[in-house]
Design a protein around this ligand. Structure first.
Ligand SMILES: [Zn+2]
Length: 476
């Protein structure tokens, strides 16, 4: 973006109403001796616009042109719409000029967004981006502008632009100044046209660190105890988007030493790690999690990371790798750390093999953190807890998510993982062999904090809201 935040001064935001800002595509910048300085769209006839605005606003006007996409970005940011009714009159020019797509990707990246959704409905088209796990609508496009944008994406991702009936997957390597990153492209034919999702991948894991992903000191110590063992399976469970991959990468970074041969099979490769042999899953040519694992065992590995265990074949191969003296890291789709045990048995692994190979089982979720700039303290009313919930500690004050320009009016900024870490010891492996699924007293005796307890701690400390942790209070 050419116009950065400092080009727009929020102090003047009230000199132009939201409706005026969108209608004329203008943003107030400053008061100068010559009049109110406004940023405007370079595609608009300035002399006409100035005349009209002087009448509408009742003062002298100085106009400063900026690219269409920049103005769109600033309008979306500072004059956030309430119901998505704004029209983007100038979007066509932006799309034809290649600028819109590039600016959109750069904007999403700068907002630390993970996905861009480009969607078409009967009446309208829109662009939404996911920030901190929540979808935010950013742009509304005209239906006539839509096909050109989709074609542009397909060309960049080397996809067939003539194929509009079948789903397609591709990849874009995007250069943004010094930075370079991959984008996974998924095209899905829907009722009214093709929907595109762009997943922005991270090219380096430099900022990922086991000390900063969200483990409590106690949980981290327990987790590292398992990670330092030379063999066994470490499984991270949680739904999609719970940050499991980040934990795995942080663990790989921790293990990444010259003395270890580390192999991964992933879908997709979200971060690249120097010194680690990373393989992209490609099921269409038979390169599956299970087949890669089979080959890995002939590659003299120390540590193996498998993106996900989702079928009996992969589960079997992972068990075999662990039994033959390797450390295996993977993820599994279960709701709780102990639920992983029954999930493996459901996939046909006998309980004694689960007991002999499972090294550490972890559950995790991501919790959004309150924006520090706008969170608002208030007395807490315990009736806000779920019925029959017993708080882990008394809470008398809590914070509300208000929303400000720093957090795009969501009230939240950033996320933190909440964990439950169960290191398997002799007594617990014995319970697995016995098929005993109720082990809460054993966990309590070990001081192991549940997901609910760790999430509650984030609420009690004023880092998040009761709404954000509410679903987690029901786990266990
Ligand atoms: Zn805020």
């Amino acid at each position: 973006m050419n116009a950065q935040n400092q080009d727009f001064n929020p102090a003047f935001i009230h000199s132009v109403s939201k409706e005026q800002a969108w209608h004329y595509r203008i943003l107030p910048k400053d008061n100068s001796p010559d009049g109110l300085v406004l940023l405007c769209d370079e595609d608009v006839d300035r002399s006409q616009l100035a005349d009209e605005l002087e009448i509408v606003l009742g003062k002298s006007i100085v106009l400063e042109s900026h690219p269409t996409a920049t103005i769109s970005m600033l309008l979306n940011k500072h004059y956030l719409k309430e119901n998505g009714q704004h029209q983007f009159q100038k979007m066509t020019a932006a799309i034809e000029g290649d600028g819109f797509l590039n600016d959109l990707i750069r904007e999403a990246r700068s907002l630390k967004s993970s996905d861009i959704h480009i969607e078409i409905y009967e009446e309208r088209c829109r662009v939404r981006i996911r920030i901190d796990g929540m979808m935010v609508e950013r742009y509304v496009l005209k239906r006539t502008e839509y096909p050109a944008l989709i074609n542009k994406i397909k060309i960049m991702a080397n996809l067939d632009i003539a194929e509009k009936r079948l789903p397609q997957d591709g990849r874009i390597n995007f250069k943004n100044g010094e930075e370079q990153f991959d984008i996974r492209v998924s095209v899905l034919p829907t009722l009214h046209g093709e929907k595109v999702v762009l997943r922005l991948l991270n090219n380096n894991a430099a900022n990922i660190d086991l000390n900063h992903v969200g483990f409590s000191d106690f949980d981290l110590a327990n987790y590292l105890q398992g990670v330092k063992r030379p063999n066994g399976i470490i499984l991270i469970s949680g739904p999609t988007g719970s940050g499991k991959t980040t934990t795995l990468y942080a663990t790989l970074k921790y293990l990444n030493k010259e003395t270890r041969n580390i192999l991964t099979i992933e879908d997709p490769i979200e971060y690249t790690l120097a010194g680690i042999n990373q393989v992209q899953l490609k099921e269409s040519i038979g390169l599956t999690f299970a087949s890669a694992l089979r080959t890995f065992l002939r590659q003299d590995p120390d540590v193996i990371m498998v993106g996900e265990i989702r079928d009996p074949e992969t589960a079997n191969m992972a068990i075999r790798a662990a039994l033959t003296g390797h450390l295996v890291l993977s993820t599994v789709h279960t709701n709780s750390a102990w639920g992983t045990v029954s999930r493996l048995m459901d996939m046909g692994i006998p309980s004694f093999l689960v007991a002999n190979t499972l090294n550490t089982t972890v559950a995790q979720r991501l919790v959004r953190l309150l924006c520090k700039k706008c969170k608002q303290k208030e007395d807490f009313d315990p009736s806000l807890y779920p019925k029959q919930f017993k708080p882990f500690a008394p809470v008398t004050e809590h914070h509300l998510a208000k929303g400000c320009e720093h957090c795009y009016y969501t009230g939240y900024s950033g996320r933190k993982a909440v964990y439950e870490v169960i290191p398997l010891d002799q007594e617990l492996t014995f319970e697995i062999k016995q098929g005993n699924m109720y082990i809460n007293p054993l966990l309590e005796a070990r001081g192991i904090r549940s997901l609910a307890e760790n999430a509650f701690a984030l609420f009690a400390s004023g880092d998040t809201t009761i709404e954000e942790i509410y679903p987690l209070l029901f786990t266990n």
